[in-house]
Design a protein around this ligand. Sequence first.
Ligand code: DUC
Ligand code: ZN
Ligand code: ZN
Length: 473
Amino acid sequence: MPTTLVSGGTVVSSTGRHTADVLIDGEKIVAVLDPGSTVLGSDLKRTVDTVVDATGKYVFPGGIDAHTHMEMPFGGTVASDSFETGTRAAAWGGTTTIIDFSVQTVGQQLMDCLGNWHDKARGECAIDYAFHQIVGDVTPDTLAAMKKLPDEGVSSYKMFMAYPGVYYSTDDKIFKAMRIAADEGLMTMVHAENGPVIDAMVEELLAQGKSDPYYHGVARAWQMEEEATHRAIMLSDLTGAPLYIVHVSAKQAVEQLAAARDRGMNVFGETCPQYLYMSLEEQLGAPGFEGAKYVCSTPLRSHAEGHQHYMWQSLRTNDVQMVATDHCPFCMKGQKDMGVGDFSKIPNGIGSVEHRMDLMYQGVVDKKITLERFVEITSTTPARMFGMYGKKGVIAPGADADIVVYDPNGHTKIGINDTHHMRMDYSAWEGYEIDGHVDTVLSRGRVIIDGNQYLGSKGHGQFVRRGQSQYLQ
Ligand code: DUC
Ligand code: ZN
Ligand code: ZN
């Protein structure tokens, strides 16, 4: 097996940092050693096949993006990144594992949907991948099939309180699924927004001639996120099913989670880079149709109301546990422009899979979170939350050699087509500057990004069978 030494870098974990050499044999980390260590008298730098010099740089466990939607059907179109293009873009940004959502809609058998998602991803991915299962049709068949998910290496599923007529489930359906989840040790993920009321708000606004992208944010008011989050928490309390709320953007929703955690409940929150950096006023309210670039759900929140500041603070205090992207890219031409003159027809989603690690690292530079917390929220907690820890999320003997060598003296300017790799005709992050740079990325021991060169290949990425969440007890 080829051997690699990542030498002389500052190895960062969720609990500390130290200078070390990381020895890799094939796909696995076999030792983390004092710098310059010899093994059986031989100088490792001379004997290994490849040396990656990390002197003066950080060595992070590869990023885990636990919320992506490659090729997802949505709003009459399909998310523009395939598993091939989306995972390649992720690799460029230092993410070495994604968890994507297998989709079930009304009338489909759950296991057929999972099989279909395997067919989309198999042989296509540049990095490792796992699946959550979207449960979109609660029937006796579906409830029975949910019991088989753990055997498929799928230990989490998601339900929607939003999008009536599409992915939406009524409370009784969520309750029934949670009963199964509590018994089977599945993590329940919920998109928490009150869909029926939002639809009524959309109708009202359009009738008043308010059709610009800005009104997407008005229609999806924070009250409807807080209310749904509370309802999901109560269902979790009733059934004993642990709960993970996806893409939390409203400070009031965080308050609901924090209060439930203070009462001892196993409830968790994920936020996304857009809710830390972007706002209703600035991005959704951009002139003309520009705001469509930033239409996602939950929506960007008001800066004047302080949601962004609160979200950074909550990440620091662990009221929000981790950061994923909700990567759901759509091009302006032919996709987002379906909603010219009617914001409700703009497909919902922002592409960020390539930039999450950089954007969160900038939070370290800006002193919003520590370097260790950065590792925790981008890699270690996602691994623990979704049953992959030990294999992923840590630099230690026995773990997959998924490693990012990050240069704190480097610089990244996020740009348009020629300088991002997502299959999109724009980037919501264009112009953002990062005081750091992803230099080298290893996926299971193989260097897939080397400076500004992509050395990966489609099909290298393998399906990760996940176990139970470490947060269930
Ligand atoms: N939110 C998005 O922005 N896109 C896809 C689905 C979702 O819930
Ligand atoms: Zn969602
Ligand atoms: Zn999503």
